[in-house]
Design a protein around this ligand. Sequence first.
Ligand SMILES: Nc1ncnc2c1ncn2[C@@H]1O[C@H](COP(=O)(O)OP(=O)(O)OP(=O)(O)O)[C@@H](O)[C@H]1O
Ligand SMILES: [Mg+2]
Length: 333
Amino acid sequence: MAKSVPATSRGNAFFYGFPAQKQHSRSRERLIRKAFFAKLAQNPNFFGRRQVMTNTPTNLSQAPDSIKAENVSAAKISLRNVSKTFRSRQGSVLALDNVSLDVAEGEFLCLVGPSGCGKSTILNLIAGLDTATEGEVLMEGEPITGPGRERMVMFQEAALFPWLDVLQNVMFGLRLKPNLNNAEREEVAMFYLNLVGLQKFYRSHIHELSGGMKQRVALARSLAPNPRILLMDEPFSALDAMTREQLYGDLQRIFVQRQKTIVFVTHNIREAACLGDRIILLSPNPGRIAHDFRVNLPRPRDINDPALSQTSIPITAALKNHLKKSGKIAEAD
Ligand SMILES: Nc1ncnc2c1ncn2[C@@H]1O[C@H](COP(=O)(O)OP(=O)(O)OP(=O)(O)O)[C@@H](O)[C@H]1O
Ligand SMILES: [Mg+2]
């Protein structure tokens, strides 16, 4: 059984390894803010950016040398007979029941299923933000006992720091990279901002951005430290179709070229078929693995490719079947 660590508030947990212990998001935010200003007082150029390039290339083959030099391999994740019960004043909820799952090194795994079937719970367990009631959650055979910088989470809502501007938000995740100097951090941050099409907004304040733009900053921030594992909880649900299409392409390129293991939660089966090597369909009450589909289409995949519809048909049918059984309305795209 996994070791016990305190649970954080869901969805708002700032998960960038700083400080090491988890706090409730408000007090954690205050702590991080205090540390940030202390750092700024020590070194006013902590985020100095007079030299910022706004025409940084977006092609990954033209990535800054500090990124290219890094050789980070993908990692394997395993859930072994994992059950998770949430206890509240209303009673207890068995969110996951005896779930066993292997995510291979370098695999892009999508989790789909109706609301409440335990998708985010699985992601939080892998992130180390929560612990299993029974069973084990392992990375490379070692129990996951808390957050780690090799596992980056991107939530449904962009958990950005409102007192930092766009560039500083992306640079924040990079301060854990002692081998990079400030200029290199800036270059890497700008590279990822360019990748998500926000290079012109690097000085903007978070409140000046639309919901979709915030989500793109969050994506850039998750990608910038080059984590081995990316855990993404409906990261594109708030975006418009055009931006989403562009990001499907970017994410696939990053996945292939930068050797990631990705666990991606979505309600959108076509999105899952576009991105995933494998699609796990979960059924609710309690959360269990209902189907395991493999997607063998070549990459890069285009969301508008008719072959994706063919792949989606049996998955949508299986989902509808489960929804019918549980008497819920179909949510599949
Ligand atoms: N902290 C919590 N306290 C009590 N119950 C919880 C908690 N977190 C999740 N649950 C319950 O566990 C079940 C699974 O929740 P989870 O958030 O993993 O679902 P999900 O598949 O991500 O749903 P959605 O698609 O709506 O995001 C739900 O019944 C939910 O109410
Ligand atoms: Mg969820």
